[in-house]
Design a protein around this ligand. Structure first.
Ligand code: NAP
Length: 287
């Protein structure tokens, strides 16, 4: 009898934990966004601001972060603009601390800072047939440093603050549809494959260690209308668009609204979601 009571009490306790959860109320919450001065980061900032979210806006160029802060100030929220390099551990600690000092809590960390440095690993010289060019270590390292190490540092330190603070928390990695392997993007695709995996690993570790208040999701956009695409070969881009069912580039605002949905829907956790407009191409994907 006593054993049955203990079992029933345990079930009731675990059910109450499951039912309670850590719902995210957007109005009045605080989001940290890196790469917030341009493109997707800027669109996410504006979208969340329109829902009453206060913002810590980080970009390499402080004036860019400031420009985004100025554009959201009429929305009645507070925005702090910080110039920082996401590849630097000291800079990361500085912007997390500045955000906590300004707002007293942190609910979302969205790692949008990213770079692209495309090139083939090996390019044979047409005349000799011998390898004339290799993907430089500089191009490899820049992409890995910003897209992978930058995401790791930002989300690690944001998660530390959220775990210690006990607030409802969401970590967001920005992957890419090219996480599956795109030719010419050995560096970029490698970094984005890792960003797609991170949420599952992070949440698995939170689960092991009893950290219940933090979720993590990855967003894997398809080709999106941002300044990053101006650096791409425009003929290649036009050819890729032929394989997008939607027939156009994704808008950064569409990614922002998916991130809002992830913030308020607690069931989305430990996974990476694609948002591509229906990218159906097969030609250039590494097999
Ligand atoms: P974007 O318009 O170029 O914006 C990226 C921002 O990150 C820029 O403001 C950039 O500053 C900043 N940044 C770069 N390195 C940084 C560093 N070390 N520290 C701090 N900030 C840094 O690019 P986007 O298209 O919005 O891309 C955002 C994310 O989405 C990236 O991770 C990208 O890989 C991913 N993504 C984009 C697409 C797409 O089609 N656009 C598709 C899939 C995934 P500077 O301009 O001064 O360098």
């Amino acid at each position: 009898m006593l054993q049955r009571i203990i079992i029933l009490t345990r079930i009731a306790t675990s059910l109450s934990i499951v039912q309670k959860g850590y719902p995210m109320v957007l109005n009045g919450s605080v989001a940290l966004i890196t790469g917030a001065g341009n493109g997707i980061g800027q669109a996410v900032a504006r979208h969340l601001a329109s829902k009453g979210v206060h913002l810590v806006l980080v970009d390499r160029v402080e004036a860019d972060a400031q420009k985004t802060a100025e554009s959201v100030s009429p929305m009645g929220i507070k925005a702090l603009a910080i110039g920082a390099d996401v590849t630097s551990e000291a800079d990361t600690a500085r912007f997390i601390e500045a955000g906590l000092k300004a707002f007293g809590k942190l609910n979302m960390a969205i790692a949008c800072a990213g770079v692209i440095r495309d090139g083939l690993m090996l390019s044979p010289d047409k005349a000799t047939g011998k390898i004339g060019k290799k993907l430089g270590l500089d191009k490899w390292q820049q992409v890995i440093d910003v897209n992978l190490t930058g995401t790791f540092l930002t989300l690690r330190d944001a998660a530390e603050a959220m775990a210690n603070g006990g607030w409802p928390g969401l970590l967001v990695t920005i992957s890419s549809v090219n996480k599956v392997g795109q030719v010419g993007q050995l560096n970029y695709s490698s970094s984005k494959a890792a960003c797609a995996l991170m949420p599952k690993i992070m949440v698995g570790e939170f689960h092991m260690r009893g950290i219940r208040n933090i979720r993590a999701v990855g967003i894997a956009p398809g080709y999106t209308a941002t300044p990053m695409l101006t650096g791409m070969n425009q003929d290649a881009l036009a050819s890729i668009l032929k394989d997008v069912h939607l027939g156009r580039l994704i808008e950064p605002t569409e990614i922002a609204s998916l991130i809002e949905h992830c913030a308020v829907n607690e069931a989305i956790n430990a996974t990476t979601l694609e948002i591509t407009g229906g990218l159906c191409y097969a030609g250039a994907i590494a097999k």
